[in-house]
Design a protein around this ligand. Structure first.
Ligand code: SAH
Length: 248
């Protein structure tokens, strides 16, 4: 359109921000502008870390899921004003909701498809499970701390997510009854990759997991199970997650 082409860069940028913020929808969604700014920050970080992650541009479907899930519903009320800051936040019981950029990156690295069944270890607030539920057929999520898991389950139900099944338990053992999975995401750091999780991954499946013991630098690992069952592993960014604890 010739009119479009005559618009200067500033007007174009403002137009883009307004479009991302949802324009008139802002009245119903007071967080629309902040969420749009967060998406731009995530896109910029993806570019900056692209050489290390291999993903300088996150897919449109991952960004759309990040744009849709109301993170402010997943943080404790006092942290509402920080819900769209790109930072982890406390959710009680010594646990945290992950940094939005890390949620987007891990989701991106999972390459999950519409028909997939995905296992998450570490339900936490339920936010990552909700983002995945926007993208795949079924999400199974395990949390080891009972009140944390039941809180998340209640919220996800309230938000209308019908394709997420949660349970309380030690995710180190995976979820044999629901296996195998197309993809597995672990949102707590383990010194080693739990063997049960590798076993419960389908051939061709992917696992994204922070690896590193307590006090060590953790790195995000992306593992792919080949058709012959062998595993290829790529090390991605350094990260900081709460530890994967074990049931006694
Ligand atoms: N994915 C979460 C962030 C999780 S923080 C979110 O989107 O908010 C990590 C969570 O993993 C914590 O809630 C912690 O209790 C849980 N966790 C730690 N060890 C675990 C284990 N062995 N099995 C299941 N959950 C575990």
């Amino acid at each position: 359109m010739p009119f479009e082409m005559k618009r200067g860069p500033i007007l174009r940028t403002l137009g883009l921000i307004a479009a991302l913020a949802g324009g008139g929808a802002q009245a119903q969604d007071p967080y629309a502008r902040e969420r749009a700014a967060l998406l731009q920050e995530i896109a910029a970080l993806a570019r900056d870390t692209g050489a290390e992650t291999g993903r300088p541009v996150f897919s449109a479907r991952v960004m759309a899921a990040m744009a849709k899930v109301p993170r402010h519903r997943f943080v404790p009320a006092p942290y509402g004003p920080l819900a769209y800051a790109n930072r982890p936040l406390p959710i009680g019981h010594g646990q945290t909701i992950s940094q939005p950029y890390i949620v987007a990156l891990m989701t991106e690295l999972l390459d999950a498809k519409a028909g997939d069944a995905v296992l998450e270890i570490g339900t936490g607030s339920g936010y990552q499970a909700a983002v995945l539920a926007e993208l795949v057929d079924r999400v199974y999520s395990i949390e080891i701390i009972e009140p944390v898991g039941s809180n998340a389950a209640a919220l996800l139900r309230q938000l209308g997510y019908k394709n997420i099944e949660t349970r309380i338990g030690d995710g180190y053992n995976g979820w044999p009854e629901r296996s195998p999975f197309d993809a597995i995401i672990v949102t707590a750091a383990a010194p080693q990759v739990p063997p049960a999780l590798v076993a419960q991954l389908k051939p061709g499946g992917r696992m994204v997991i922070p690896v590193g013991g307590e006090g060590e630098v953790q790195f995000l690992h992306v593992m792919v199970k080949q058709a012959d069952g062998s595993i290829s592993t790529q090390r991605s960014l350094p990260v900081r997650f709460v530890p994967l604890t074990r049931s006694k």
